[in-house]
Write a protein that binds this ligand. Structure first.
Ligand SMILES: *[C@@H]1O[C@H](CO)[C@@H](O)[C@H](O)[C@H]1NC(C)=O
Ligand SMILES: *[C@@H]1O[C@H](CO)[C@@H](O)[C@H](O)[C@H]1NC(C)=O
Ligand SMILES: *[C@@H]1O[C@H](CO)[C@@H](O)[C@H](O)[C@H]1NC(C)=O
Length: 300
C-alpha cells in the first residue's frame, strides 16, 4: 500500500512592517473521515485591525463565479469572538450575477477577532459543470481548491505584505485579498514532482507539481515539460524569481485549467484520452502559463 502522506498548508498573512496595519492569520486544520479521507478543513481566521468597527466590513466571500458556487457560509456558519466574548456578525449579499457576501460585526470589536468556520469540500458528480474551477473539491481521499471558493477574506482594498509558512516554505508579497483568495490549497495523499525528498538547489526557483492518485500520462515527463515551459515564458516576461506551483485535480467530467497566484490548477477526467495526449497537455500547460502574465482568448 502506498504510504499515506498527509500535507496541509498553513497560510500566515501578516502585515509586519507597521504595527497598526491590519493583519490576518489563516490556519487550516484538516478533519478526516472514514478511511483517512479528508472530510473538511476547519478554518480559523485571526484578524487584528484597529479600524474594525460595528457595521464596517470585516470579511468578504464571492458567492459564485459563473456556474460555480462557493461554500457561501449561510446563516451562522461563521462564529466570531473577541476579547469581550461572542461577536455577532451579520451579512449582506450584492445582487450582481456574480454576487459577493460581506460580513460586518454588530458591535465594535475589541482586540483580536477570531472567526471559525468549517469548509466541507463541495459534492460533485458527472452533471456538475466543469468551471470556473474555484471550488474546494474532494479528490481521491484528499481535497483541492482555491481560497476564493472557501476562505472569506478581508475587503480587498487593504494592501498588506504577505508571508506564507508551512511544509512548502515561501514568502510572498502582495495585496491580502488577492494573494489569499487566489491561492490554491491541497491536502491528502499528495504526490509531488520533484518527489518530496528532493529539495530545490540554493540558486533554483521553486517549481513544483502536485497531484493525488495517478495521472493519465507520464507524470515525471510532463512535469519536466511544465517546468521548461514555465521557465521560458516567465523569463520572456522578465520574471526570473517567482516560485511556481501546478496542481492537478481529478474530476468526474471536463478538462482544462484555471490560474491562481503563482500557480494554476489543471483538471482531468476519465474518457478524455484525446485531450490528454502529451501534445494536448503541453498546449494546455503553455496556455495556462501565459495566462499568468497576459490576458488571452479564448479563456479556458
Ligand atoms: C438586493 O435585492 C433585494 C430584493 O430586491 C433588496 O431588498 C436588497 O436591498 C438588494 N441588495 C442590494 C445590496 O442591492
Ligand atoms: C450532482 O451534483 C450537483 C452539484 O454539483 C447536485 O446539485 C446534484 O444534486 C447532484 N446529482 C446527484 C444525482 O447526486
Ligand atoms: C475514500 O476515498 C477513496 C478514494 O477516492 C474512495 O474510493 C473511498 O470510497 C472513500 N471512502 C469513504 C468512506 O468515503
Amino acid at each position: 500500500m502506498t504510504p499515506l502522506v498527509l500535507w496541509f498548508l498553513l497560510s500566515v498573512i501578516a502585515c509586519a512592517l507597521a504595527a497598526d496595519l491590519p493583519r490576518i492569520q489563516v490556519a487550516l486544520a484538516v478533519q478526516f473521515g472514514p478511511e483517512q479521507n479528508v472530510s473538511a478543513l476547519d478554518v480559523t481566521l485571526q484578524i487584528d485591525d484597529t479600524q474594525s468597527r460595528a457595521g464596517r466590513p470585516l470579511l468578504q466571500l464571492d458567492l459564485n463565479h459563473g456556474l460555480t458556487p462557493t461554500l457561501r457560509y449561510d446563516g451562522d456558519a461563521l462564529s466570531a469572538s473577541d476579547s469581550r466574548g461572542t461577536l455577532a456578525l451579520s451579512y449582506t449579499d450584492t445582487n450582481a450575477s456574480d454576487a459577493q457576501r460581506t460580513w460586518v460585526p454588530l458591535r465594535d470589536p475589541e482586540g483580536q477577532v477570531s472567526v471559525g468556520l468549517r469548509a466541507v469540500p463541495r459534492a460533485t458528480n458527472a452533471s456538475t459543470p466543469s468551471g470556473p474551477r474555484i471550488d474546494l473539491r474532494a479528490d481521491q481521499g484528499g481535497a483541492i481548491g482555491m481560497a476564493t471558493g472557501f476562505i472569506p477574506h478581508p475587503p480587498a482594498d487593504e494592501d498588506c505584505p504577505v508571508g506564507r509558512r508551512g511544509p512548502l516554505a515561501a514568502t510572498l508579497l502582495g495585496a491580502s485579498g488577492t494573494v489569499l483568495s487566489k491561492s490554491y490549497f491541497a491536502v491528502g495523499p499528495l504526490k509531488r514532482w520533484p518527489s518530496w525528498d528532493v529539495a530545490p538547489g540554493a540558486d533554483e526557483r521553486p517549481f513544483y507539481v502536485y497531484w493525488i492518485g495517478d495521472l493519465p500520462y507520464d507524470s515525471d515527463r510532463m512535469s519536466g515539460i511544465a517546468k521548461d515551459i514555465h521557465l521560458a515564458i516567465s523569463s520572456f516576461f522578465g520574471d526570473a524569481t517567482s516560485p511556481f506551483r501546478v496542481f492537478w485535480r481529478r474530476v468526474p467530467v471536463g478538462y482544462g485549467g484555471a490560474g491562481g497566484h503563482n500557480s494554476f490548477i489543471l483538471e482531468w477526467a476519465d474518457g478524455t484520452a484525446e485531450e490528454q495526449s502529451e501534445e494536448a497537455v503541453t498546449f494546455l500547460l503553455s496556455h495556462e502559463t501565459i495566462h499568468e502574465y497576459a490576458l488571452m482568448a479564448p479563456t479556458r
